[in-house]
Each structure stands twice: as structure tokens, then as C-alpha cells.
Design a protein around this ligand. Structure first.
Ligand SMILES: [Zn+2]
Length: 450
């Protein structure tokens, strides 16, 4: 990986997604954006190297805030097809229980490449399956992210409530609470970087109300406050979950969350579909974040997140592809298009624009992670950028390049920069043998299914 030269002018792109005028491009130095160049102007910075972006649309690097990397091994999985969430999970748990460290490493490597090539610069994974032998699942993910140069927030997921105790997952995929909390402590001490520009962070992520104990939710909230960490979980994804919470706890998922000490700005929730109006207002008052996952919600027929209404209430909204067993791809630019289409259909052409969808995938996601230095093209922000070429047949004839990126679909990142370093060049990840990875990943996926 080559660091950028001391100052690099990304010169006069086809279009830039920024609030201020940057039509002349931007200047990057020491891992940050140091100057926006207005239309027709030259950089003020002396002795800049030049990268000609005349054929490229420049976006802030996309920030994917909900995923389950290992699920690339069970995409379009026959036993799970055509099922809603609970029976889909019950079909997959026994397969996931056989996950090995090597398969998990290949899944992580493949999905990081897939995300980077679709414009992501920051990725978050929610890994909650720790069968015997896979205790180092997060350590493996950190190694792979560092190898490819992506910025990552790995959430230490967990399941502690098995079928025998009234939960949904089978016994072989749950762990004891003390084991989970000790591993959270270990991972935070070893990998979590605090502060602006952090490349690797750890967050705490009990899986869902129906797979963890209330005690684990409370202990996670306490530990997050103690170490200033983010909290993540699945919430209000389906009506089944609402019914399950009423039956098990005698309250709604949001009441349960509040009771466990999770209503705060440090929490972000995957899905956030089935909230009452009063709950939306309550979540907004506490500045909770929600990750919208449109493809997964459509495939599992879970429901539609009311994104514009959540934002009006003060809830931070970001975007995630969700796991590859319910998407079944990890195409972040594709997910921007899905969010745009679904939200526009639901709320109207005058309420949702392509710019909104791009904003959710950048600034919105970064806000959910508590990272204002990411997801923006602005002076002082981290130099995390996705540069996309509009040269597929489907892009020809497009008038507005930024709108074309979302409306025409099918765009890929030609160049991706993280903290001022190119991690994708000419549509490839330097040093990664994709053919070999394809072969090894496919063999691992087949082995898991048999
Ligand atoms: Zn998920």
C-alpha cells in the first residue's frame, strides 16, 4: 500500500458529494482533507502532486454499519430460502455452528474486498457466532482489515439465551455470560483505539432480545459506559420479535432496551422498523442511532423502516447491507440505491432524493458510530474517499453524474482511499489474489453446507 504523497490534489472530478463547493477537487495531506478547491480555482497548498479525477465521481468513503461477514458462506442457502426471520435463523443456526476459523477468515477477506470495491472505507461487523474453536473470531477480523487497509468497527456480538432457556438459538452457538464479558474486556484492551482517526474500534453487541439474557444487555451497557464504547444490537426488526418480547418480558423491545440502560447516544440499532410514534419520539430524544438495511428487510419481508420520520424525530440514521445470508450481497453502492428506491416509494418523490440516500451511507452512518471525522468531504475530515467511474453501458447518456451513480445503479469504485492511502487502484486491491480467494472461499462454503 502506497501512502499518498505529502499533498495530493484530486483534481477537478466529474462530480463531488460535498456540502461546500469542491468542484475543483480536494487536497489531501497526512491522511486528512486539508483543502476544498472551488470551481475553476487552483489549490492554495504549494507543491501538490496531481491525481486527475476528470472521469470520476468523488464520494466520501461509504460507511457500512451493519453486517455479518461470515454469512457470505451461506448466501442463497437452500434450507433458508423463502422464510421469514425466525424460521430463517432456525434453518441457519445449525450450519453456522460448524463455522471454522479458516472459513471465517476467508469470508472476512472476501467481504472486505467486496465492500471496498463497492466504495466502503469504514466497515462494521456484528459477529455473534462463537462455536468451540472459533474463540479468536474478532482477532481474525482485525488481522484481515489491517491487511487490506480498511477502517473497521468490530462489534463483539454474543448469544447467551439458548432454546432450553426460552431463546431462539440452539445450545451449541451460545456462550456463558462471564466468557462473553471477559472476551469483550480482552478485545477492548487489545484492539480498541479511542479518538479521532482510529482505524480499529471495538463495540459491544448482544445479538437480539430473543438470543441474549437481560443481564448480558445490562452488563454490556455498563461496560460501554465505563470504557466509552458504542453499543449495537438488532431491534424492532419484525413483528414476531415484538410479540416475543411481550410474551417473555411483558413489554415492547424499546421498553426492554430502556430497562437495560441502552437508551443513549452510544447505541445504534440494526433495522428499527416496528416502533410506535411515541417510541420514535423517545428514541429521538435519546439520540439513538438506527441502521437501515433495505435489501435484508425486503428479502425477509420484515417491514419498512420509516427513515424520514426517524430523522425528523432526531434519530441518527445510517445504512448497512446486513449479513450476506439475507441480502445476499455486500454491495454498498447497491444498498444506497435500494434505500433510495424503498424510501422514495414509501415517502414520495419530493421527500427522498439520491442525495439523502448518499448522506445516510456516509455522514449518517458515521454519526451512528460517533465518528464526525468520517463520511464527509470537508476540511479536517479523514481522507477516506470513494472514486467511481461511470463507464458501464447503463451509465451512458446520464446528465447528472451524482444522480446517475444512484439512479442508474451498477457503479463500482475505481479508486478507494482510506486515511490518505489508496487501498483500491484501478478497480483492484493491490496484493490480493482474487482468483485464489474465489476458489478457497467457494470450497469453504461447500464444506460448511455438507
Ligand atoms: Zn443483522
Amino acid at each position: 500500500m502506497k501512502p499518498s504523497a505529502s499533498a495530493l490534489w484530486i483534481k477537478r472530478p466529474l462530480a463531488v458529494f460535498s456540502r461546500e463547493d469542491a468542484a475543483g477537487g480536494l487536497v489531501v495531506r497526512d491522511g486528512r482533507i486539508v483543502e476544498l478547491v472551488p470551481s475553476g480555482a487552483q489549490p492554495k497548498a504549494p507543491e501538490v502532486q496531481v491525481f486527475d479525477a476528470a472521469q470520476l465521481v468523488v464520494l466520501p468513503g461509504l460507511v457500512n454499519i451493519h453486517h455479518h461477514f461470515y454469512q457470505t458462506l451461506t448466501r442463497a442457502c437452500p434450507p433458508a430460502l423463502d422464510k421469514p426471520l425466525f424460521s430463517w435463523l432456525q434453518a441457519l443456526y445449525p450450519i453456522w455452528a460448524r463455522l471454522t476459523p479458516e472459513a471465517h477468515r476467508l469470508a472476512t477477506r472476501l467481504v472486505l474486498a467486496e465492500l471496498a470495491l463497492s466504495g466502503a472505507t469504514t466497515v462494521s461487523d456484528h459477529h455473534y457466532v462463537f462455536p468451540a474453536g472459533l474463540e479468536d473470531a474478532i482477532d481474525i477480523q482485525v488481522e484481515e482489515a489491517e491487511r487490506l487497509g480498511l477502517r473497521a468497527v468490530f462489534t463483539r456480538g454474543s448469544m447467551s439465551l439458548s432454546e432450553e432457556d426460552g431463546g431462539l438459538p440452539p445450545r451449541q452457538v451460545v456462550q456463558a455470560e462471564d466468557v462473553i464479558m471477559a472476551d469483550c474486556e480482552r478485545l477492548v484492551a487489545r484492539y480498541h483505539q479511542a479518538g479521532e482517526g482510529a482505524m480499529i474500534q471495538i463495540a459491544l453487541a448482544p445479538c437480539s432480545p430473543f438470543s441474549v439474557t437481560r443481564d448480558l444487555m445490562c452488563a454490556s451497557a455498563e461496560m460501554a459506559a465505563q470504557h466509552d464504547l458504542r453499543l449495537h444490537t438488532h431491534l424492532a426488526e419484525t413483528q414476531d420479535e415484538e410479540a416475543w418480547c411481550q410474551e417473555a418480558f411483558g413489554c415492547s423491545p424499546v421498553d426492554y432496551l430502556e430497562d437495560a440502560g441502552w437508551l443513549s447516544g452510544r447505541s445504534w440499532l440494526a433495522h428499527g422498523i416496528w416502533f410506535s410514534d411515541a417510541e420514535v419520539a423517545r428514541l429521538g430524544r435519546h439520540q439513538v442511532g438506527v441502521c437501515h438495511c433495505p435489501s435484508s428487510n425486503m428479502i425477509l419481508a420484515s417491514g419498512i423502516c420509516r427513515v424520514p420520520e426517524l430523522e425528523v424525530a432526531g434519530i441518527k440514521v445510517g445504512l448497512g447491507v446486513d449479513g450476506s445470508a439475507s441480502n445476499d450481497g455486500s454491495d454498498m453502492l447497491g444498498e444506497v440505491r435500494q434505500a433510495f428506491l424503498l424510501q422514495r416509494l414509501t415517502h414520495g418523490a419530493d421527500k427522498v432524493s439520491h442525495r439523502d440516500a448518499l448522506r445516510w451511507a456516509t455522514e449518517g452512518s458515521a454519526a451512528c458510530l460517533g465518528r464526525p471525522e468520517l463520511g464527509r468531504i470537508a476540511v479536517g475530515a479523514q481522507a477516506d474517499l470513494a472514486l467511481c467511474r461511470l463507464d458501464e453501458l447503463r451509465h451512458f447518456g446520464a446528465g447528472d453524474p451524482l444522480a446517475a451513480l444512484v439512479l442508474c445503479g451498477g457503479a463500482k469504485a475505481d479508486r478507494v482511499m482510506v486515511q490518505g492511502r489508496w487501498i483500491v487502484e484501478d478497480g483492484a486491491l493491490p496484493g490480493l489474489d482474487l482468483d485464489r480467494l474465489r476458489h478457497e472461499h467457494q470450497a469453504a462454503a461447500r464444506a460448511l453446507l455438507t
